[in-house]
Write a protein that binds this ligand. Structure first.
Ligand code: GLY
Length: 402
């Protein structure tokens, strides 16, 4: 089951034009940024860049995510090629992928899913070149190897190498959006163990992260023997018990993809409940605060990346939903959010090099607050592509959901 996205003619044009404008920016930046990769925009709108090789790690007790942004740039090059048919983007994409490929053997982070699901998989889909698929499969092996088996379930550890006890017990809601790499690997290789690992993680996350009101924890520390939650806490949100809007987005996204890949209605139901919570807290806005429970001045800090992730997830949920009326509703709401992003947050000024202004990477660390973020730009482009270039950036398939 798969249906057309219910975007109006006006929205179709807006989304297609926005993709073209992003492609122009990407081509300009590609020539200016050297071998490093855009991460966040500085207050003057210029890109802060990082080398692809920068891995994650602990410095004392402090965790640093490293460069998990590099794959998204490859994804933007790929979408820009699709929108413009200008072959220069394909050349850039291949050169960039050579730099990103070294991270396919990285055992430090669950973000390996983000890095390769946004780069090698779209590049393989667009070019059919198995060089990209081989890299994606190598990365999927490393993600699958992060599985921690407990008496009550299994999860993919998030932060650090498994030889480190702090890493083994850590799980983040973001991992839900890393699962697509495993689902892809299962389908591509015919080895179901990738999907089994992804599903085990999705099921353990449903038990460990989702609160009674359907909001989510950002992070959970598990007892690595029993699998019980020792504590729920935050790393980038406002407070341990608060609702970090991007985390809610990662959860919605991950369960939509889990439903699409497995055909299991329980994942779709979860995605809908999580989305209902998000929409209830959002009210009549299109862009959420970085945390729905932030107070004082912090309540004014927006996160357009969260909106982009949710818009992409809702549009996909609308496409795959077995109930036509529900599918239409989700698709319409996703397109409305995307239109809001184009109209309220697109960086049309030349000095601002990102696509989406007003994202928030991490308020507690004061990093990338009110910036463009490379992941926000990627999920924005993914959502735009779902409508304006259907089936272009990613395969359009869906197991029958029952
Ligand atoms: N690490 C994923 C995020 O910042 O949302």
């Amino acid at each position: 089951m798969s249906r057309t996205i219910p975007a109006s003619t006006q929205q179709q044009k807006l989304f297609s034009d926005t993709l073209a404008r992003i492609a122009t920016k990407v081509a300009q930046d590609e020539k200016a940024i050297g071998v490093d990769f855009p991460q966040l925009t500085a207050p003057d709108g210029s890109w802060v860049t990082l080398p692809a090789s920068l891995s994650a790690g602990y410095s004392g007790k402090a965790w640093s995510h490293g460069n998990w942004f590099c794959g998204f740039w490859v994804g933007l090059l790929c979408a820009s090629y699709l929108r413009t048919e200008d072959k220069r983007y394909l050349g850039w994409m291949r050169e960039r992928m050579r730099l990103v490929a070294q991270r396919a053997s990285d055992t430090n982070t669950h973000d390996i899913g983000f890095i390769f699901d946004s780069s090698a998989i779209p590049a393989y889909h667009v070019t059919g070149d198995s060089w990209y698929a081989d890299i994606a499969l190598q990365a999927a092996d490393k993600l699958r190897a992060r599985i921690v088996n407990t008496r009550s379930g299994s999860y993919l550890a998030s932060w650090g190498p498994l030889s480190d006890d702090r890493a083994r017990c850590s799980s983040a809601i973001d991992t839900m959006a890393n699962l697509p790499l495993l689902y892809w690997a299962s389908r591509y290789s015919g080895d179901a163990s990738y999907q089994l690992a992804a599903e085990a993680h999705a099921q353990m996350t449903a038990k460990g992260f989702i609160r009674a009101d359907k909001s989510t924890y950002h992070a959970v520390e598990y007892d690595t023997v029993t699998g019980e939650r020792v504590r729920g806490y935050t790393f980038q949100g406002f407070a341990d018990e608060s609702a970090w809007s991007r985390g809610q987005g990662w959860a919605i996204y991950g369960y939509v993809i889990s439903a699409r890949e497995t055909g299991k209605a329980e994942y779709l139901r979860l995605a809908e409940q999580l989305a209902d919570y998000y929409l209830m807290r959002l009210g009549n806005r299109q862009i959420p605060p970085y945390d729905f429970d932030a107070t004082g001045e912090d309540a004014k800090i927006l996160d357009t990346a969260a909106a982009a992730v949710v818009a992409s997830a809702l549009i996909e949920m609308g496409r795959i939903h077995p109930d036509a009326a529900a599918g239409e509703r989700w698709g319409l709401r996703g397109c409305e959010m995307l239109e809001g992003l184009c109209r309220e947050a697109f960086a049309s000024e030349d000095a601002h090099r990102g696509a989406l202004k007003h994202s928030c990477y991490s308020r507690p660390h004061n990093e990338g607050v009110d910036s463009a973020t490379m992941f926000g730009d990627f999920f924005f482009v993914e959502a735009l592509s779902r409508v304006a270039l259907p089936g272009g950036l990613r395969p359009e398939h869906c197991e029958e959901i029952a």
